[in-house]
Design a protein around this ligand. Sequence first.
Ligand code: PLP
Length: 446
Amino acid sequence: MSHVFPRHCKKTIPTAVRGAGCYLYDSTGKAYLDGSGGAAVSCLGHGDADVIAAIQKQVADLAFAHTGFLTSEPAEALADLLIEHAPADIERVYFVSGGSEATEAAIKLARQYFIEKGQPEKRRLIARRQSYHGNTLGALAAGGNEWRRQQFAPLLFDVHHIAPCYEYVLREEGESAAAYGLRAAQELEDEILRLGPETVMAFMAEPVVGATLGAVPAVEGYFKRIREICDTYDVLLILDEVMCGMGRTGHLFACDADGIAPDILCIAKGLGAGYQPIGAMLCTGEIYETIKNGTGFFQHGHTYLGHPVAAAAGLAVVSKIVGDGLCDRARRQGEVLSKALHDQFGQHPHVGDIRGRGLFQGIEIVEDRETKTPFDPAKGYAAKIKTAAFDAGLICYPMAGTRDGRAGDHVLLAPPFIIEDNQIDELIGKLATALEQVIGADPAAV
Ligand code: PLP
């Protein structure tokens, strides 16, 4: 009997024993094509010799030094490298151990910043429905995924949610993308005015929505308008790039494609590429200086922040992404993946939308393409597609949809940047098999 507490207590799952390139292997020798990098984590694939060597060297030189006393060379070097490529005005990096820690830290930093500026009444956070910012209580409160929040709702602080920028469902018939983007952004201004600008500290959003919508970028112009609104009302813009950052969309920082810079930026997943647990919260020099010139102490911290081995892994990963031109590669292979998805599913009666940026792509599954009507969530298609794909040797990331009152399912794809064209063909073939097995078996869906 295993004493591990698994995610799904009623299921027995295979034991992973090895990873190489785009594949994972279980103890029976079965290979799985890692079509989603787990959950957009394994951007370099498995078994990368350079990252492994960097980790081995660091663990031998210095495994741990508490950041209350000492900094470390890899943490300093990784911060320098990130800042060299970061959006305008982002000047400081605070290392944590994962995505939820990064978004929690961002919320607390926003709060402390306004206290130190002498505006303690600025305390409210606005975020978006159908978003995910992590599973710890603050991060969960920020997210707008009802399924994840439901049972913990009594424990969560009040966050105000507006609609996401979700063109496929929310753009109206005859409305231009530009007009829709402005209308979606207007919800932020309306909400700030409703709450009172003097009480709103920050707006948090994912530049490309990952887990909850399935690789949905905003329409052009949306984030530019969001930036203007935040500036007008002295509201901090927190971008959560935990999933979509670190080259995944073809840009090291996803917001580069939207032509804007945030005040606080969260990254994780691809930063450690699965080799070490590491995340980071980046902020502007203005925020840092305000705290430096005030109390001089960010009232936050975890034992493992700035962990030297995790930082060494992150340094090796980001050096490789930047040095080997892997953002360009993610963009190029993203085009190959997007074309293959359109070729295979473009006319599929139950694939309503294919979207994404770079190697961050999603398909939305609907009962009726014309009306965009989703399947009844009780059919549990997302979970069934995940199982059918896994049985066929493909790891992908299907999720039950959470459209307001009209839940639709989607499948998220985020393979390693090193994926080759023939592996993209394999991915598409296995996904098509899984869809056929699950939806093809539904007489009502024919
Ligand atoms: N933010 C986003 C956008 C995410 O997708 C996730 C995880 O999926 C998180 C935050 C939380 O990250 P972690 O699971 O590393 O705590």
